[in-house]
Design a protein around this ligand. Sequence first.
Ligand SMILES: Cc1cc2nc3c(=O)[nH]c(=O)nc-3n(C[C@H](O)[C@H](O)[C@H](O)COP(=O)(O)OP(=O)(O)OC[C@H]3O[C@@H](n4cnc5c(N)ncnc54)[C@H](O)[C@@H]3O)c2cc1C
Ligand code: SF4
Length: 574
Amino acid sequence: MFFNSQGKAEVTYDAIVVGSGISGGWAAKELSEKGLKTLVLERGRNVRHGEYPTAGNDPWDYEGGERVPPEEIEEHYAKQNRTGYTIQQSRKHFFVKDSEHPYSEVKRFDWMRGYHAGGRSLMWGRQSYRLSDLDFTANLRDGIAVDWPIRYADLAPWYHYAETFAGISGQAEGLAHLPDGNFLPPMELNCVEKELKKSIAANFDGRLLTIGRTAHLTEPNPAIHGTRGKCQSRNRCMRGCPFGAYFSSNAATLPAAEATGNMTLRPHSVVHSIIMDKDTGKAAGVRVIDGETGEQHEFFAKIVFLCASALGSTFILMNTQTEDMPDGLGSSSGQLGRNLMDHHFKVGAQGRYDGFEDMYYKGRRPNGFYIPRFRNLDDASKRSDYIRGFGYQGAASRENWMRGVKEMEMTVGADFKDALIQPGPWQLGMNGFGECLPYEDNRVYINHDVKDIHGLPTLTMDAEFKDNEMAMRKDMAASAAEMLEAAGFKDIEMYDEGSYPGLGIHEMGTARMGRDPKTSVLNKWNQVWDAPNVFVTDGAAMTSAGCQNPSLTYMALTARAADYAVNELKKMNL
Ligand SMILES: Cc1cc2nc3c(=O)[nH]c(=O)nc-3n(C[C@H](O)[C@H](O)[C@H](O)COP(=O)(O)OP(=O)(O)OC[C@H]3O[C@@H](n4cnc5c(N)ncnc54)[C@H](O)[C@@H]3O)c2cc1C
Ligand code: SF4
């Protein structure tokens, strides 16, 4: 039984936004800037910009350094630790405890989450790329899944809009399949990366290496970015940046929303389901469990934006079971929860570069290089063994004193110490990120047997990479090695460490956009076909995955949908 301690008027808003991560932050900003009284419901604790408790810590501030004791990992972070790099003393507080928020796996699925204000915008890697018409027409061309209901021209102005406010640094390259953005000055490639760039340009038609496009302020503009500061290249971003130099909801969109006076952010508000109005077929509001008190509340609004992350939003839709839709709101097409995608990676090559021994680099650049997709762009680059393509992310650096640790067991003394303070040889690694196809049988479904700490049902994942991805991976390793070889690298090693869905941390597709309510969950404005005042603008909406990191696309989709929703509200259409 749900109840409110206040009267209905006090819990009625123009808009409700569920989640305050990358998508929810944008929805909050856009809706409240356009004058809507907006309630943002966030299941985790509040994290105000600047309140990043470990931002200034060093390894010696923790007993045992950054290492988290194995028993603690086993008890609380068994799944979150699967990345191998996220669960450290200085970061673990931004990742969920699997013990409190379980999920089930028919096949291995690595679901990395952060439940707090800002969501994963605090921990993300900030790589930001546009999709292109190569991506928006891919399903149509290949005759698989469904066609996107939008094209690049629909989203291009919204990419520009999102990039301007977020601040994306990058180099314009004039590629049709990786459109340039409204860039801040690019970060710099180091000498070995520049050498590889030259070699790729000379030896491989249609391939190029560019600096990563990343959501860091390399030249802040106070008129746009407010008090956010310039990036200092400390590379401690995953702890939260006190300068606000990378884009996060906490540093950018939530303060902008707050400044309007129209936003109310309610932390510890776990959205359980949507309240449906039987007569109108629209949403009336949402049901919430208070994460601290366990109390149940209802909040009402004219429109609801679900931005709880792809699987979080899909869960809320599935948990909204009505007489008409026993499998959840948006399930009439049978596609809700299906077509789960992620990028596959952890495959590529690495090598040593002899030379440039008198060169080094300055700071800890929080970015690497990017080699855009070069396969299946046209007839000349067409592969017979797989469709779609991949890009590479990588970096060159000099080995440090750690290379001596093995020797330390055998030798000590002044000579050894002197040797260790010299930088080691240059190493370069490049890691492919490949597109995964939208397979109908890759899916999530609700699990009423396993409950979370709030007593809510949980999700079960049943997804895998298939033949197309496996064939692509062979090429991802071989193509990386051939580029390193052509550039004169030594000791080149190809690797394929295996990749499970989820680990790319780009879950997508479980409430896809489409042109037909019979085969998709959302229309071209991200409205649920079955309830037009409910919008889903996070990764769930994606009809195909591209191979680019997707969050910039969620920002653009969210801003576009918010603009549409407000216009429709003004026309009394919602
Ligand atoms: C280590 C790491 C590196 C990454 N690198 C990149 C990168 O380089 N480039 C890129 O594009 N992407 C990257 N990502 C992915 C990126 O973080 C996500 O795509 C992005 O954050 C998704 O935005 P979102 O708003 O949909 O979800 P999130 O940012 O996850 O936010 C969802 C929010 O909803 C809240 N929520 C969930 N359920 C409920 C509920 N029932 N009620 C109320 N609130 C709820 C959560 O607490 C959370 O705050 C990375 C992620 C990680 C963790
Ligand atoms: S590298 Fe830049 S964005 Fe990251 S923590 Fe340092 S100053 Fe902030």
